[in-house]
Design a protein around this ligand. Structure first.
Ligand code: BGP
Length: 484
């Protein structure tokens, strides 16, 4: 790739990385934390994704923050574990959970690293699932609002950037995969009730944040996978638009405009779907004005027409890292996703397409004109130490360099981007592939087998090893994006 010019990043641009509690913390039984639904999901899938140790960040947070500071971070995006903060249905706040996050936040601030906090990243307490039937019962809204308020009250004096619910669109699109559909008897229809309940939770959190956090900013964090049409055949363009609507646009429109689009309302009407909107809900959504959009974007997809008589195919994600195992979805009458011959793929069949990040930023800016901060972007790969105990990851450096370059171009295009937080700082558990799919700038010296067999983290060293990408990223961010 030839760089025509050096992209310029604004002064004060946030450079950091990203994580989520259940994927990085471990210590699932420590200091009063109770089980989360994702713990159980992991255990029933296979031991590899068992999160009881993960990267053991819970016990290594000081060392991890020191490494972030050494790298030159100015931001760090992480999530709070709801079952650490409110472990039981009596709603009693667990001081030990508050202390852990206070310590982490204070440690970050000591090193001038701005905390960016996600309220919810897939770890609903089991007690909430039992009480509210997951996201299905409307009572979830009260529980979530209460939890959000506890977080704002305890951390809002120091945390000014908040995110409500991670990748709500992906949770609805892939509800079976992420455990959201548990308890549903008619997922086709009930997912829209769940979606509406999630919107109510977000709206309550947005409003409470503005009321309780001085100078607080809050937004959504959609999982963006931009869709290119496969050909210039007019119906492929409509297929691509449909794919975009049903995988991301419906959610972005709702978040940005505070109301459901005609596209979605007509879809509900035509399919006899009642999302459970109650009096006052639409006013609440409209009043919940988001301040910015957190953007997760790793790749693109390609869409085409799927006629009404096409054979339906469920989206089968590649869960084992053997190329070719992914199966694209076909939704008769709406769209099909398909292979893009112009981009390479990684071992999980994810398109390697840095231009898609510029495309996403341009697209979101054109539609919504809200500032954006990248909250996830990164390269998952099989990795191990070499014989010298070092980890060389030229593919990741290449991926990050090209993606950051595209962010720079988007900024030149006039898009307001305020930060870049790739996934992830240390290695952590991939959603479905544990440590077999690593993303970190820092290697965690533990394999899935070791994590599965160890009684607890103290049996393993959990040593942190800086990868080559750590040094490369450090130079880049210390020069505010000039030193490639
Ligand atoms: C995002 C999630 C993250 C993370 C990432 C990578 O959708 O917000 O939690 O897991 O994807 O995905 P995976 O771990 O499946 O490679």
């Amino acid at each position: 790739m030839h760089y025509k010019h050096d992209p310029k990043f604004p002064e004060g641009f946030f450079w950091g990385a990203s994580s989520a509690a259940w994927q990085v913390e471990g210590a699932t039984e420590a200091d009063g934390r109770t089980p989360a639904i994702i713990d159980l999901n992991s255990k029933t899938k296979k031991p590899f994704a068992d999160n009881s140790i993960a990267a053991d960040h819970y016990h290594h947070y000081k060392e991890d923050v020191a490494l972030m500071a050494e790298c030159g971070f100015t931001s760090y995006r992480f999530s709070l574990a709801w079952p650490r903060i409110i472990p039981n249905s009596d709603r009693k706040v667990n001081q030990a959970g508050i202390d852990f996050y206070n310590n982490l936040i204070n440690e970050l601030l000591k090193h001038n690293i701005t905390p960016i906090v996600t309220l919810y990243h897939y770890d609903m307490p089991v007690w909430v699932e039992e009480k509210c039937n997951g996201w299905l019962d409307r009572s979830i809204v009260d529980e979530f609002e209460y939890y959000a308020k506890v977080c704002f009250e305890n951390f809002g004096d120091r945390v000014k950037y908040w995110l409500a619910i991670n990748e709500q669109n992906m949770q609805i699109c892939y509800g079976h995969w992420l455990g959201v559909s548990k308890g549903c008897t008619d997922w086709f229809r009930q997912k829209w009730v769940i979606n509406h309940n999630m919107n109510m939770c977000s709206a309550k959190a947005v409003i409470a944040c503005h009321e309780m956090v001085e100078g607080g900013k809050i937004g959504p964090v959609p999982g963006m996978v931009p869709i290119y049409p496969e050909t210039c055949k007019p119906m492929d363009q409509i297929g691509a638009m449909n794919a975009e609507e049903f995988t991301e646009k419906i959610w972005n429109d709702t978040n940005a405009y505070g109301k459901y689009s005609n596209f979605l309302k007509n879809y509900w009407k035509n399919n006899d779907i009642d999302p459970g909107i109650q009096p006052g809900d639409e006013e609440l959504m409209l009043a919940a004005k988001i301040d910015y959009i957190g953007v997760n974007c790793y790749r693109s997809n390609t869409g085409k027409d799927a006629p009404l008589d096409a054979e339906e195919q469920e989206y089968l994600l590649n869960k084992d890292g053997v190329k070719g195992n992914l199966k694209f979805p076909v939704v008769p009458g709406q769209y099909a996703l398909t292979n893009n011959p112009y981009v390479e793929t990684n071992d999980w069949d994810w398109e390697i397409d840095p231009v898609s990040l510029r495309y996403t930023l341009r697209y979101l800016w054109d539609h919504y004109q809200l500032p954006m901060m990248i909250m996830e972007n990164g390269f998952g790969m099989h990795e191990a130490k070499d014989e010298n105990g070092e980890v060389h990851d030229p593919e990741r450096i290449e991926f990050l360099r090209e993606n950051i370059y595209q962010v720079g171009l988007a900024i030149e295009d006039g898009v307001e981007v305020i930060g870049y937080n790739p996934w992830s700082f240390t290695d952590l558990l991939s959603t479905g592939n544990g440590m077999a799919k690593r993303y970190g700038l820092v290697f965690i010296d533990a394999t899935d087998e070791e994590l599965a067999n160890a009684k607890d983290a103290s049996e393993l060293g959990m040593k942190r090893i800086r990868k080559d990408s750590f040094y490369w990223y450090s130079k880049l961010i210390k020069s505010n994006g000039k030193d490639w």
